[in-house]
Design a binder for this molecule. Structure first.
Ligand SMILES: [Zn+2]
Length: 454
């Protein structure tokens, strides 16, 4: 039982809110009270942030691909990708788990309570399947359990090196040769989530370049039962390769060949033409934007305003993990648009909400959908209490009116203003400290030192 100074609903802030939980951490009662009952928390509660796109192993290489020494040619996305493949090839299952556990603990510290793990490193270092086909997926679920975050494991279908080409040796840990192989991986993945009650499953194909036409179409039919995730239209070279091979741009091809619907989660969509913007928005699909990664890799700028004009759904993801702070990513998304449009209305909806609230709500709702949950309300009786608490004594928060509080949080807070994170009603991070921090940190440092990459 808790009483919070404030709690955000879809209709604004409530003050002095009592929240009672059952033994599973689901809300059994939620009401405003005169006198606090249970643990009093001097903080403002937001629904936990939803991280709709993550590759956990890439956390091991954060900050390592910014180096010029020994190189005459400038770095680009594709040289970054080679460095990333180096990391993918070097991690043992135990090391994969240690890296992911640290990352997930950091996500929680920054207010994420759920992560969609777009997982494509499946085999051993020689490219041989493990006895348990989902060995590494299971390690990711285990990492999520150690950290206490909810995870949607998304085993990825990855088949080709590029459009119509065989896989490169560097990609040997990723490959399912056929759709049957992928379905076997999916079956094994179903077992891998059984031991953690905060894990579920989604499906996906890595990208148009990584899976051949018929198989990609077939894999997308799995969206009948699961959320379907795919990278699309991130890099200009990828657009060109796709046009050369299919005679179509990636998003155009997808819209023409697959039944793109609200179960589809399209990662990036950086480079879209008018008809693609409209087609995706009208399909009800969710676009997952990863502003820090897209900025770090020099991908380009998403046509946010045009997409919003059609009422398109969007959420955010940490992707390469270069930033795991959702507030920072929301700001970067907004400011990238403002710099380009010379306007301050990125998250504007006529007569509805404000920038901070609209950003929080849309990212949350579409993020929930990307993981297979269709919540309408931030907090509802019968549903799990997953929340992030902002410190009511942080100076700008303490002096903000409720009317301005969402904007104060989104536009002027950093992670030091988060006082804690709760998953299923329990503090996982309190006063800025993760409950299992030392254990997780030691495992991470040991594993990173073993692989000698930093
Ligand atoms: Zn990605």
């Amino acid at each position: 039982m808790y009483t919070f100074k404030g709690l955000l609903t879809e209709n604004g802030w409530l003050e002095n809110v009592f929240v009672k939980l059952d033994e599973s951490g689901n809300i059994s009662e939620l009401k405003t009270v005169e006198k606090p009952e249970g643990e009093y928390v001097d903080g403002y509660v937001l629904p936990g942030f939803q991280n709709a796109h993550s590759h956990a192993f890439q956390y091991a290489m954060c900050g390592l691909a910014e180096y010029f020494e020994g190189s005459e040619v400038p770095d680009d996305f594709w040289s970054w990708r080679d460095a990333m493949y180096g990391i993918a090839l070097s991690l043992s299952p135990g090391q994969m788990e240690d890296v992911a556990a640290m990352l997930y603990a950091e996500m929680l510290r920054n207010g994420y309570t759920s992560v969609a793990e777009f997982h494509y490193v499946h085999h051993d270092k020689d490219g041989k399947p493990y006895q348990n086909l989902s060995e590494l997926g299971e390690r990711l679920v285990s990492a999520a359990k150690r950290a206490g975050i909810r995870i949607t494991l998304i085993p990825m279908f990855y088949q080709k090196g590029n459009f119509g080409t065989r896989p490169y040796d560097l990609q040997r840990r990723f490959i399912s040769k056929t759709i049957e192989d992928y379905c076997q991986l999916l079956e094994a993945s179903k077992q891998s989530i059984q031991f953690y009650d905060k894990a579920n499953l989604a499906v996906g194909s890595h990208s148009l370049r990584a899976v051949q036409k018929e198989d990609l179409i077939e894999s997308s039919l799995l969206s009948k039962d699961y959320p379907f995730h795919i990278h699309i239209a991130e890099q200009l070279k990828e657009i060109k390769d796709c046009v050369d091979f299919y005679g179509k741009r990636p998003a155009e091809w997808l819209l023409e060949n697959c039944n793109v619907n609200e179960k589809f989660n399209l990662i990036h969509c950086t480079h879209l033409k008018d008809n693609e913007v409209e087609g995706i928005a009208k399909s009800g699909a969710n676009i997952v934007l990863c502003p820090s990664t897209e900025g770090n890799l020099g991908d380009g700028r998403f046509r946010f305003k045009d997409y919003q004009n059609f009422g398109g759904n969007w959420s955010i993801g940490t992707d390469s993990q270069i930033c795991v702070n959702p507030l920072e990513d929301l700001r970067l998304l907004d400011y990238g648009q403002r710099i380009h449009t010379h306007r301050r209305d990125t998250f504007f909806k006529p007569n509805l909400g404000d920038s901070g609230f609209n950003a929080l709500k849309t990212a949350w709702k579409s993020g929930r959908n990307s993981m297979g949950f269709e919540n309408e309300n931030f907090f509802k009786v019968g549903e799990s209490f997953d929340a992030v608490v902002m410190d009511a004594k942080a100076p700008l928060i303490e002096t903000s009116s409720l009317k301005n509080l969402c904007n104060t949080i989104v536009y002027s807070s950093d992670s030091s203003h988060l006082s804690g994170t709760l998953v299923a009603g329990k503090w996982v991070v309190k006063n800025g400290k993760h409950e299992n921090y030392e254990n997780v940190r030691r495992g991470f440092v040991k594993s990173i030192n073993e692989i000698k990459i930093r």
